[in-house]
Write a new protein. Structure first.
Length: 82
């Protein structure tokens, strides 16, 4: 589970960076959508870890808050790219 969570977490900024270096906004948006998918994946993994009692409630809340913030920023960037 830790390995999956790490991969998801690393995938988010990696896709943003890769998309940024593309020549067209359409491609960039596609990479941002992949990053959003990784946010959702990480959120799900946190929920599962919490259900399995691997995470304290306050840690879960803090992590989900950070992911929510990241998700909102990505969605706003997608909107600005049109």
């Amino acid at each position: 589970m830790i390995s999956q969570m790490r991969r998801s977490a690393v995938s988010i900024p990696s896709n943003v960076a890769e998309g940024f270096n593309r020549l067209h906004n359409k491609e960039y948006r596609q990479f941002l959508y992949v990053a959003l998918g990784s946010c959702a994946e990480l959120e799900t993994q946190i929920e599962i870890a919490s259900e399995l009692k691997y995470l304290a409630t306050e840690v879960k809340g803090a992590l989900l808050e950070k992911i929510d913030h990241e998700t909102r920023m990505l969605r706003n960037l997608v909107k600005k790219l049109g």
